[in-house]
Design a protein around this ligand. Structure first.
Ligand SMILES: *[C@@H]1O[C@H](CO)[C@@H](O)[C@H](O)[C@H]1NC(C)=O
Ligand SMILES: [Zn+2]
Length: 442
């Protein structure tokens, strides 16, 4: 009988301990989520982001982790925060975990919850906020992963840097671009950069190894003006419309490839008309009985590295804006060439960081899909340009991509799972001993 009682008592004790463990795990997760919410609530919306508040918050998060920290203002009023978890072997090149602190604006009335409230839907566990996918999640996940690694007693061999950069959403020129071009950046000796990717609607995570080159094109047409009631050839409107028709046909051919399947988003040329400008203004709108002498249209073009950009430029000169049709064009400062080997980080056996990443994700219970070309632009291009390999990766699966969209959200479970994925990646990267991980040999 006494034996039975003792067993019962032991069983009860065991149950109590288990219960406590579970409770503290839940409490730990709650604390992780509320730290994320706190970051999401900081107003870093372009064009007036409160960068200092974001930086102060991140510093307060880094303090208990004993990370070294420095704030750099490459441009006044635009602080870039750099944290460092010092590795035990300073001769090994470091890894850099990059994230941007700014977010894009929102149309508040189109959201079900205020985008700066970071409201958690208690039935779905979804956290609604601008930046929940792009990319305050990633910035905080890096820190949470380091917190977890530290409490498990892990010490990095390579140093781990975390950069929280401004201005990505407006081109990154005063943020990551200046940072990557600086002499200071070279002194950090970075072997590999991780930056943002895109959510995946399926079970597997998406990884990006290059980007399409953005071209912002304006085409202009000129022609003789005339009466609105007269039919004649070579008016500016007619000339412009011929080009628009030709561009539309090209767009359809690219879109068909995408619709047919088998071609990834980042492997087709994207060409979208973003503005049309023509007409002679009048107090009531536009003069209706006048054909204008000038007309122009703007296009956002994205060119994959696999496409011959020279051939596209010939098409532009000969078909879309031919001087023979009184047309001209401007590509301006936004014609970026991100083609060439330098802008493509090898995602195969030739790059040890690729295998380590793939494996680390697997060890965390996840899967990566076939590496892709990023359809838009990220700061990763500046690091690649500086000669450092970079992968675009946001550990978000089973989630629709809502970057820059209304009701951007991230599920709590997905967020927590992502932290464990980073735990695995940072551990693998920071423990990688080979000197061949140095950038010069890649
Ligand atoms: C080009 O513009 C001139 C002057 O307006 C006009 O005479 C000519 O017909 C135009 N040519 C074409 C091909 O549009
Ligand atoms: Zn982003």
């Amino acid at each position: 009988m006494a034996m039975m009682n003792l067993l019962l008592l032991l069983l009860l004790l065991l149950l109590a301990v288990l219960h406590l463990c579970l409770l503290s795990a839940v409490a730990g997760d709650d604390a992780i989520v509320s730290r994320f919410q706190e970051y999401l609530r900081i107003n870093t919306v372009q064009p007036n982001p409160d960068y200092y508040k974001a930086v102060d918050f991140i510093i307060s998060q880094a303090k208990p982790l004993s990370l070294e920290s420095q704030t750099i203002e490459l441009v006044k009023g635009k602080p870039l925060l750099l944290l460092k978890w010092v590795g035990s072997d300073p001769t090994l090149p470091a890894l850099l975990l990059n994230s941007h602190t700014d977010v894009v604006p929102f149309e508040e009335s189109k959201w079900t919850h205020h985008p700066l409230q970071a409201h958690v839907d208690h039935t779905t566990g979804n956290i609604y906020a601008r930046g929940s996918q792009d990319m305050k999640c990633v910035g905080m996940q890096y820190l949470e992963a380091i917190r977890k690694l530290q409490s498990s007693g892990f010490h990095p061999l390579r140093s781990v840097y975390l950069s929280f950069v401004p201005d990505e959403e407006i081109g990154g020129h005063d943020g990551a671009e200046k940072f990557a071009e600086s002499h200071f950046f070279k002194t950090l000796s970075i072997a590999i950069v991780l930056d943002e990717g895109l959510p995946s609607p399926t079970e597997s995570y998406r990884v990006f190894y290059g980007e399409r080159s953005p071209w912002w094109l304006v085409i202009k047409a000129k022609g003789p003006p005339g009466h609105g009631a007269k039919l004649y050839d070579n008016s500016a409107m007619e000339n412009l419309l011929k080009s628009i028709e030709s561009i539309r046909r090209f767009r359809a051919s690219q879109f068909d490839l995408l619709k047919a399947g088998g071609t990834a988003e980042g492997d087709v040329v994207n060409i979208n008309m973003v503005f049309l400008k023509a007409g002679t203004p009048s107090p009531t709108g536009f003069v209706m009985n006048l054909q204008p002498s000038e007309a122009e249209a703007g296009f956002d073009i994205r060119i994959p590295p696999s496409v011959d950009a020279e051939a596209l430029e010939r098409r532009l000169v000969e078909e879309w804006a031919p001087a023979s049709r009184n047309m001209s064009f401007e590509l301006g400062q936004f014609k970026q060439k991100l083609t060439g080997k330098k802008f493509l980080t090898a995602a195969d056996d030739s790059n040890p960081w690729w295998g380590l990443l793939e494996n680390a994700v697997k060890e965390a219970g996840g899967r990566t899909s076939k590496p892709e070309i990023f359809p838009a632009s990220t700061d990763a291009r500046y690091f690649r340009k500086a000669g450092v390999p970079a992968f675009g990766f946001s550990p978000i699966s089973n989630t629709p991509s809502l970057l820059h969209d209304h009701n951007e959200y991230l599920g709590k479970t997905e967020y927590l799972k992502g932290i464990d994925v980073y735990v695995s990646i940072i551990k693998a990267y920071a423990s990688y001993e080979s000197k061949s991980g140095s950038r010069d040999e890649l």
